[in-house]
Structures are given as C-alpha cells and as structure tokens.
Design a protein around this ligand. Structure first.
Ligand SMILES: [Fe+2]
Length: 191
C-alpha cells in the first residue's frame, strides 16, 4: 500500500490516539477479569464516540483522519461493528487500518480475562469463516486483510520486537496502536 509521507504520519498519529476516549471512562471497564455485563459493555463502547469528540476540533485536515480513526476503529466491514454499524467503504480507510491492527494486537496480548495467542493462532482467528466467533474474516476489508496477511512476518515482528523503529510501516503502525491503547487503558478514570 502506497501512502504519501503526510498521510502516513497522520495515520500513525491516528493509531496512537485511537483509544483516547477510554480516558473519559472508568478504569474498571478495561481491567475486569470477567466478561462485562451488557450495561458496562455499552458504556465501554462509548469510548469511540468520546474519542471522536475529543479529537474532532484539531486543526484540519489532520483532525478528520485522527477523529475518524477514534470513531470508526470498531466498525466492521460486514456492518456488525459499532457505533454506527457502517458497512464496507462507508468506514474510512484509516478506521479500517487501525481497527485491523487493533484486533490483531488485542488477540496477541494477555488480558485480565484471557491469555495471549500466537501469531499463527491470531491469523487463524482473523480469517476463520465462522461469523459466530468474536472475530471473523467478514469484519475486515478483504483487500486490506490480504495486504496484512501477506506482510505476516513484518506484522509478527512488529508485535514481538521493542518499539523504536519509526519507519511508518505496518510495524510502526502496530507498535503505535499497541502503545496508544495501553496508555489510555492505564490512565482511564479510576472509579
Ligand atoms: Fe477501541
């Protein structure tokens, strides 16, 4: 995928800030070791709208992309995502990119309620045809998913190597998305 340097830098920024809305919500939502009850899950899902509200007043044109990523990184290609239930190319490209990296890295990370999985298992979960799974192939832009899977070695290295290689590649985007989510989860409101 070919992107000009300005667009690339903006997408990196969008990846870093995609979960910033979590800062406005209680920390318990991200630290629970049990599945959240429906009401709490709905509250947690508000982080995308809250993030958009925080970012939309940045200077354009950066604001549009960065705020779009915050708002749409949980939308799904098949319309099963949130908050808007957008389908296909209704979802901005930056939201599709950040969302894919976000899901991959979430699968690879240990959480209070689940263990981490290997790269191979994460790929299997990204591409499984069963729509009943929490993650499934239909969630993702098929062209973007193909590019992502073709870059499998880079993607795996991005997740498993220390940060610092700011080259704007998948590796950099992945590391930025991981750090952005971790920082926001750590600093969200302790209630
Ligand atoms: Fe998120």
């Amino acid at each position: 995928m070919s992107l000009d340097p300005t667009m690339r830098a903006t997408i990196i920024l969008a990846a870093a800030l995609h979960d910033v809305g979590k800062l406005t919500l209680p920390a318990r939502l991200w630290t629970s070791s049990a599945p959240l009850p429906r009401r709490e899950r709905c509250l947690a899902q508000r982080h995308s709208v809250r993030g958009h509200a925080l970012l939309r007043d940045l200077d354009p044109p950066v604001a549009q992309l960065v705020a779009d990523a915050a708002l749409t990184h949980h939308e799904a290609w098949d319309g099963s995502g949130y908050p808007g239930g957008l389908c296909g190319t209704e979802i901005p490209l930056v939201g599709r990119m950040v969302g894919l990296c976000d899901v991959y890295s979430a699968l690879r990370e240990a959480r209070p309620y689940k263990q981490s999985v290997s790269h191979a298992d994460a790929v299997e979960m990204l591409t499984a045809p069963d729509p009943a799974l929490r993650t499934h192939r239909g969630m993702f832009d098929p062209d973007l998913l193909s590019i992502f899977l073709a870059a499998g070695t880079q993607v795996q290295a991005a997740f498993e190597s220390p940060p610092g290689d700011a080259d704007g590649s998948w590796r950099h985007l992945m590391q930025t998305a991981v750090r952005g989510r971790a920082v926001c989860a750590d600093r969200s409101t302790a209630v």
